[in-house]
Design a protein around this ligand. Structure first.
Ligand SMILES: [Mg+2]
Length: 357
């Protein structure tokens, strides 16, 4: 099987409601869809996302692809490309040498040629992965927040992650109260501060939440990403709450977190190959991982293949409209499709509707 041609699509997806955190606010996603076609009639697709600001025009993206990517994949076998290990040099420190979209399309092709779902090709045995609902709610008012939580509750989610980090701690406490009110007392609660705090402020906030009766399963990104000493202190001193970080760091940054005893749960947010390498390293340190949001929820395949994966994030975003059959979430579990490849077939009408030149 050799790659013979490609297609690119540039999409503009207006969000149903603004999403954001203590630092940012977005009203649209700009997506690039890469389709790779092979000489034996298979097609694989992958995705890349830019939040808020528009991507370059389709013709510019095609020129960049033809110049920067196409010569290294044209005529090659997807399996060889996806498995290739490159030395971390020249701007590819610790990461793969392909874009996330191309790598996803390659794995889709490999699994289709094997006539297997991707999670099985990656070594996964069960298609079901624990998932948590992630509200991305910082820019929503209390009523919108309540309505969003209710939708997740009705779909069977028993674990929720909300945004904190408001300058006024009573805002955080009010929102944690709403979580319990809608989801029930037995809900598992995670919070994400998106680097709003210092280490000291983090300890004050978490203890204040605890004193108000809120047990926090993990605090995500409380301080700036490369404050390894700060994260080490937090891991040592927050005895009832796990510290989840790594979302904003590449492979080398995640390695440094592990070396500094500065993480309790590593947040994976990268390509399949780089995430698997980071998960392997984390397992060697006895540290579990969790998966952040992935476009069209394709991370379910990766999560199903990682024995140390605690759970997968789900934010119910508009990108799932692009799928003929989106990834299913039932009773708090994500289910990898049992179709060959990653199992996401694009709805061509929706693709045309959201396409821009
Ligand atoms: Mg986060």
């Amino acid at each position: 099987m050799k790659i013979t041609s490609f297609d690119l699509h540039r999409l503009h997806l207006p969000l149903r409601e603004p999403i954001g955190d203590s630092q940012v606010r977005f009203e649209a996603h700009w997506m690039t869809v890469v389709e790779l076609h092979t000489d034996d009639g298979h097609s694989g697709c992958g995705f890349q996302l830019q939040q808020g600001t528009p991507t370059p025009s389709l013709s510019d993206q095609k020129s960049q692809f033809e110049y920067g990517i196409w010569p290294s994949i044209s005529g090659h076998s997807p399996f060889g490309l996806a498995q290739r290990i490159t030395r971390p040099r020249g701007g590819n420190v610790g990461g793969g040498y392909l874009t996330v979209a191309v790598e996803t399309a390659l794995w889709d092709l490999i699994a289709k040629q094997n006539d297997q779902p991707l999670y099985q090709v990656l070594g996964g045995e069960s298609p079901a992965v624990p998932a948590y609902a992630s509200t991305l709610d910082f820019r929503l008012d209390d009523d919108q927040f309540r309505a969003k939580l209710q939708r997740f509750h009705d779909r069977g989610f028993r674990a929720v992650k909300t945004k904190v980090g408001h300058p006024d701690i009573s805002w955080d406490l009010k929102r944690l109260g709403i979580v319990k009110e809608v989801m029930g007392d037995d809900v598992r609660v995670m919070v994400d501060a998106n680097e709003a705090w210092t280490a000291k402020e983090t300890m004050i906030r978490i203890r204040t939440y605890e004193d108000a009766g809120h047990e926090i399963f993990w605090i995500e990104d409380p301080i700036t990403r490369d404050d390894y000493e700060g994260y080490r202190r937090l891991c040592a001193e927050l005895t009832r709450t796990r510290v989840n970080t790594g979302e904003y760091l590449g492979f080398s940054g995640k390695r440094r977190l592990l070396e500094h005893n500065a993480v309790d749960v590593i947040n994976l947010h990268d390509s399949i190959s780089t995430s698997r390498a980071a998960a392997w390293l984390a397992a060697d340190y006895g540290i579990p991982v969790a998966l952040g949001n992935t476009i069209l929820e394709l991370g379910v395949h990766l999560a199903a293949s990682l024995p140390e994966c605690l759970c997968l994030e789900f934010s119910d975003l508009i990108w799932n409209e692009l799928a003929v059959e989106p990834i299913q979430f039932q009773d708090g579990m994500a289910l990898a499709p049992d179709r060959p490849g990653h199992g996401i077939e694009l709805d061509r009408d929706k693709l045309a509707f959201y396409s821009k030149v």
